[in-house]
Design a protein around this ligand. Structure first.
Ligand SMILES: Nc1nc2c(c(=O)[nH]1)N[C@H]1C(S)=C(S)[C@@H](COP(=O)(O)O)O[C@H]1N2
Ligand SMILES: [Mo]
Length: 512
């Protein structure tokens, strides 16, 4: 019977470990009080910079999943070991209560050791105690015992071995299924509790944002493919780049922004104070320095917020480098010049809605014309520095705080056969604050060029434009696209990869 009991205990312990981790997540969300966070952080910190860069280039967003999976597995193992000890002690003392107490108390201690003593630690302790308490069965319940019953309250009397084995198996399966169901429900349920996605704070603002959204959307070019998207990227389709695999959950009530460091006077601004400031609705395009030349990390939205300059001036920045470090609640940080920051925008709305969790709820920075990494989400601190320091990505070999490079994209969805021998080519072009003046298309590998049709220009300072070109296709064509920015500078032809300061060259594809 021993090996059967061992297997049963191992299974129950693993289920208790999973339930403890899920319970912790349910209680805390992806906050520093979640038991996986410190372990995940350790894994991230122990990973050498070149490997981080390599994994981002190779696996993209999947790289995150690899270390989070490692961290979750390790922590499930730790709580599982505690539950296993609980099951063993229950057997030794023949007491369900002792087992549950050891599993619960031990899990609480483990959670407190990982994340500090808090109520959240109970989130791990209670499910662990429950799984051990309900799942454990006395030795006498084993078939060899014969005279005992597999669960309390069952009818007494001798039962034949197969029936008992069956009952034990059912009980175990029930507990394990219950624990895993709890784990899955916690993960899904907690996500849907995350802040964000609500309406903007007050009605006139929502109307202003909605009007602006319509204006920007109506500048879109009519193109054949619905999948390509127009001037405004939909919230669920707007790209995401995050250093952490789960978004910090910060409510508007909890949020504040503090100006620290080399200031004439430190200042903390809360959400109400921020949103009472003058409101603007700006179309701003974001592009990640890490994307490929024809990559998909380029999107545009209409953001609701307020300019940073007056706030910045009110704290009287004094540092010698004239530079600032911005920090987010997820531990992200990026440094760039104060003059660049002064042009920035603090946004709490996106496409007429509250800023979603994944884009920095409740407040993010938007820096016109600079790479995506300067646009700090879940912003909590602006520190004025005396000496320049590297930001998160700069420490990892990137140079992505500067101005964006000009690019014209040609994605798969932008290539449409019109059915009459013609092919429509369409895409987006972006050049930061100078804007896009011209997009040219070649269908003969770059020998001859034709001007593409462009979307209506917008007054916004940092927004992409759409382009469209239809041609008679006879066989295969080598299509090349290139943009010219608002100062008349042609997109550079020189090819480079994204590391360290953004991909360059002209997008070139075989069509037809
Ligand atoms: N706090 C925080 N801000 C952040 C990041 C992050 O990981 N954490 N990623 C940066 C990067 S590299 C980019 S490209 C943009 C992406 O913004 P999005 O996810 O809203 O598209 O956010 C930037 N701001
Ligand atoms: Mo980025």
């Amino acid at each position: 019977m021993i090996d059967v009991t061992e297997q049963r205990d191992a299974l129950l312990a693993a289920a208790a470990g999973a339930a403890a981790v899920a319970g912790s997540y349910l209680a805390t969300g992806w906050t520093p009080a979640f038991v996986v966070r410190p372990v995940d952080q350790t894994i991230v910190n122990l990973t050498p910079g070149p490997i981080v860069t390599f994994s981002i280039e190779t696996f993209g967003d999947a790289g995150h999943l690899i270390h989070i999976a490692m961290a979750v597995a390790a922590v499930v193992g730790l709580f599982g070991a505690v539950a296993f000890a609980g099951l063993k002690l229950a057997a030794r003392t023949d007491s369900r209560g002792v087992g549950a107490a050891v599993a619960g108390g031990g899990s609480w201690l483990l959670a407190a050791a990982l994340t500090g003593i808090s109520l959240g630690a109970l989130g791990a302790a209670i499910p662990a105690a429950a799984v051990v308490g309900v799942g454990w069965l006395p030795e006498s319940a084993a078939p060899s015992g014969g005279d005992a019953t597999p669960s309390d309250g069952d009818a007494t009397g001798a039962r034949d071995a197969p029936a008992v084995v069956d009952a034990v198996r059912r009980r175990t399966l029930g507990v394990v299924t219950g624990a895993l169901g709890f784990a899955a429900a916690s993960a899904v349920g907690r996500r849907s509790l995350a802040p964000g996605d609500g309406p903007l704070p007050d009605a006139p603002r929502s109307e202003g944002a909605a009007a602006r959204l319509r204006e920007v959307e109506s500048a879109s070019l009519a193109v054949e493919s619905d999948a390509l998207g127009g001037m405004v990227s939909r919230i669920g389709e707007f790209y995401n780049v995050d250093i952490a695999e789960f978004d910090p959950e910060v409510t508007a009530d909890e949020w504040s922004l503090t100006f620290t460091g080399e200031t004439g006077s430190e200042r903390t601004v809360d959400f109400d104070e921020l949103t009472e400031r003058p409101v603007e609705h700006r179309a701003i395009t974001l592009r990640c320095v890490g994307e490929d030349l024809n990559g998909r990390k380029l999107d545009n939205a209409v953001w609701t917020g307020t300019p940073i300059r007056p706030l910045l001036e009110s704290v009287d920045p004094q540092g010698e480098c004239n530079c600032a470090m911005l920090r987010g609640e997820d531990g992200y940080y990026v440094q760039f010049p104060v003059d660049v920051l002064a042009e920035g925008f603090l946004a709490w709305g996106m496409n007429g809605k509250e800023l979603p969790t994944s884009h920095g709820h409740p407040v993010r920075v938007l820096i016109p014309g600079h790479w995506g990494e300067t646009n700090v989400k879940w912003l909590s601190e602006i520190e004025l520095l005396n000496v320049e320091e590297d930001g998160y990505w700069e420490e990892r070999g990137w140079e992505g705080t500067g101005e964006v490079k000009t690019v014209a994209k040609l994605w798969d969805e932008g290539i449409t056969e019109l059915g009459d021998g013609r092919i429509e080519l369409a895409g987006h072009a972006y050049a930061g604050t100078t804007g896009i003046e011209r997009v040219e298309v070649s269908t003969d590998g770059g020998d001859t060029w034709t001007d593409a049709e462009l979307s209506e220009p917008l007054p916004d300072a940092d927004v992409w434009r759409q382009w469209r070109h239809v041609f008679e296709a006879d066989g295969e064509h080598e299509v090349v696209v290139r943009a010219t920015d608002g100062e008349g500078t042609l997109q550079t032809r020189e090819e480079s990869g994204s590391v360290p300061s953004g991909a360059s060259g002209w997008v070139r594809r075989t069509v037809g």
